[in-house]
Design a protein around this ligand. Structure first.
Ligand SMILES: Nc1ncnc2c1ncn2[C@@H]1O[C@H](COP(=O)(O)OP(=O)(O)OP(=O)(O)O)[C@@H](O)[C@H]1O
Ligand SMILES: [Mg+2]
Length: 314
């Protein structure tokens, strides 16, 4: 039951994409559409898995949320403000670890705090203050090292760690900045199966502990369904009333579970197998093109604006 005066964390919209289009130019300088009229609302505390065929625009969508690119049309809001560029509220982890090879793991984790806490003039003109803060930042980074199970590896360099350890350090590098949303683009794609499984559980633990909001892009259907409290399928395989259309739309938006961590055995359940089948059919099968009116948008926060053309053809 909701307590009067307290807002349920899950009810606050954190991210809102409104009528978003993204277009690029190809080698022949011809414009093409990658994202076609995307509408999306993500609430605080959700774990959103985004899946779709290769080249459908998943990384493009993530870059719009990060703010490193702007939409061609439409608005991306975050925490009720229009996104105009990257900031500390949105942390990102890529497939290839983002650690600096010349810094130790501890210094890598403290890097964001260092940069934010001190400008170059600050380091030069207030050296005592800088060295005191630097110690505090290292202390905090050490806490994160412990959380990611690398307590005794802080003085090592990235090349001295395994792929899984490096990816954990990259996640800690983002987490220490306490982002409001953690964006991840195929973060476990380069890991072997058992490390990947460990990392999935690690990420879920952090999600629960920190009550984070996560936006997770993956190619792997099982991973998407196991991790996500919500699955969004972005795909260019759909039909409209027009002869041809271009760009991807959200063809499915499915609620999987509330803020609970599924047991690993869920991966072998019938529910998971059925979901994999459904998502594969609706979003990943080029032979199957469902009409936009048939999109399965059953998530309560899912919506889709109707364009004038669609309205006219109703
Ligand atoms: N800066 C750019 N200029 C021109 N085209 C681009 C640019 N960035 C992406 N594209 C094109 O946009 C489309 C979507 O690319 P994107 O990388 O977002 O897909 P994706 O879904 O992440 O693919 P994958 O699953 O392979 O990672 C592709 O056709 C890609 O070639
Ligand atoms: Mg991509």
């Amino acid at each position: 039951m909701a307590i009067p005066g307290q807002r349920n964390k899950m009810d606050k919209t954190l991210l809102h994409l409104e009528d978003v289009y993204k277009r690029y130019f190809n080698q022949n300088k011809k414009e093409f559409t990658v994202l076609n009229d995307i509408d999306l609302k993500v609430n605080e505390g959700e774990f959103v898995s985004l899946i779709g065929p290769s080249g459908c625009g998943k990384s493009t969508l993530l870059r719009l949320v990060l703010g490193s690119e702007q939409p061609s049309e439409g608005i991306v809001h975050f925490d009720d403000k229009k996104i105009i560029g990257p900031d500390r509220d949105r942390g990102i982890v890529f497939q290839k670890y983002s650690l600096f090879p010349h810094l130790t793991i501890l210094d890598n984790i403290a890097f964001g705090l260092d940069v934010e806490g001190f400008t170059i003039p600050g380091r030069i003109f207030t050296p005592f203050k800088y060295s005191k803060r630097k110690k505090e930042f290292r202390k905090e980074a050490q806490l994160y090292l412990e959380r990611i199970g690398l307590k005794n590896d802080g003085d090592k360099y990235p090349h001295q760690l395994s792929g899984g350890m490096r990816q954990r350090a990259a996640i800690a590098q983002s987490l220490i900045m306490k982002p409001k949303i953690l964006l991840m683009d195929e973060p476990f794609g380069a890991l072997d199966d058992s490390t990947r499984q460990d990392m999935q559980l690690f990420l879920l633990e952090q999600w629960k502990k920190e009550q984070m909001t996560v936006f997770f892009v993956t190619h792997d259907l099982e991973e998407a369904i196991f991790l996500g409290s919500r699955i969004i399928v972005l795909s260019q395989y759909y039909k409209t009333d027009k002869d041809s259309n271009e760009g991807s739309k959200i063809v499915s938006d499915l609620k999987i579970s509330e803020k609970t961590i599924k047991p690993t055995s869920f991966k072998y359940s019938k529910e998971c197998a059925d979901l994999i089948k459904k998502v594969r059919h609706e979003g990943l099968d080029p032979e199957h093109k469902q009409h936009i009116r048939e999109f399965d948008l059953n998530h309560k926060d899912s919506f889709r604006t109707i364009t004038q053309d669609e309205w006219n053809n109703k």
